[in-house]
Design a protein around this ligand. Sequence first.
Ligand code: FES
Ligand SMILES: [Fe+2]
Length: 362
Amino acid sequence: MNWLKNAWYVAGFKEELDDSKVVARRFLGTAVVMMRHSDGRVAALRDMCPHRLMPLSAGRRVGDELECGYHGLRFDVGGACTLAPGQANIPRQACVQHYPLAERHGLLWIWMGKAERADPDLIPDIRWNDHPEWTPSRGYHHVAADFRLSVDNLMDLGHESWVHLRTIGQAEEECIPSYPVKVSIEGEGLVRAHREMPNIEAPPFFAMVLDHHGRINRWQTAIGLAPSICMTDFGVYPVGSSADEAYRSHVLHLLTPETESSTHYFWSVARNRRLGDEKLTQDICKAIAQTFDEDAVVLAIQQKQIEAEGGPVPRLALRVDEAPIRSRRLLESLIKQENEDPDFVYRPALMVEDVTPELEMG
Ligand code: FES
Ligand SMILES: [Fe+2]
C-alpha cells in the first residue's frame, strides 16, 4: 500500500498513556507499542522483539523499560537493548526501531516516516479537542475498511439522508444532495466542501442539541486535510434567530490507517454551547457513536465488495463525489511527490481559523 509516510498521524488520546499503561496499536501496517515514561515523555517503539519476534507489549514494563516476555531482553525508550539475560555482551542487532511520538491538542501524534523529518510544527492545529471555549465528546471506532473510504464518506455528507436517517439525516424530500455544495482547495492538502440548508425540519440529533423541535437553518462544511484528518463544521439555529447564535460543532474525524483494510477512527465532537452540561456531553457521545456505527457498517461492506469485485471506486461519479474525488487526487499527488522526490516535505495547511463561514442563508 502506498501511504504518505512523512506526516503526523493521530495515535490515540493522550489519557490512554496515563497510569503507566502500555498501548499496542498497528499504524500503517506496522505494530507499535506506546508508553509514557516517568519523566512525562511519551515514546513509541516497534512492537516486535528482534530475537524471535514476540510483541514487546506481550511482555512487561520494568520501570521505564520494556522486557520481552519470551527470553527477557530489555529495551529502553530509544529502543536500545539494556539487558540480555545470561550473557555479558549485548548483540549489536539487539535494538528496536523507535518512532517520534508527540502530544498536542490532547492527542498523541506518531510519525512513521523518516524520524529526522518529524517536525512537531507540522502537526495541524485542531485545538478544539482541548480548548476552554469548546467542550468535546470523544470516542473511538475501529473501522474494517481502507481509510480512504472513510475520507470519501466524510467528504460526501450527502449520504446522511440514507445512512443516518435516525440521527442526523434529512428525509428524502429535503435530502442533503439537493442543496448545492461549494468545493474549494485551500492551502496545502486541504479540501473544503460547504453546503447550506435553510429552513429544514430538525433531524433528531439537532433537535436534541438545540433543545428545539421545529424548523432550523443548518450549514455543514466538510474539511479534509491530507492524508487523513477530516473535520465537519456544522451550525444549526432555529429559523428566525441569528447565525451568530448558532449551536456549532467542530467534529474531528482523526483517521489513521491501521492496515490496508482497517482504520483507527478517533473522534472528538467539540461544541460551543452548554459547555458545562455533562449530561449533554454523554448524550452526544451516545448519539455520535450510533451515527458512526451506521457509517462503519457501510464502510465494512464496501471494503468487502472492493476485495471481491476489485477497484476502483467510485465506478461512476455523482455530483456528491466532487469533494471526495478531489481529496483522493490531492493525496495521490502528495504520495507521488514523496515517492519521486527525496527532498519533498509536505507542509499541511495548519487547519482553519475559527470563524463562522460567510453564510448566504438568513
Ligand atoms: S523473543 Fe524476545 S527475548 Fe526472545
Ligand atoms: Fe456518515
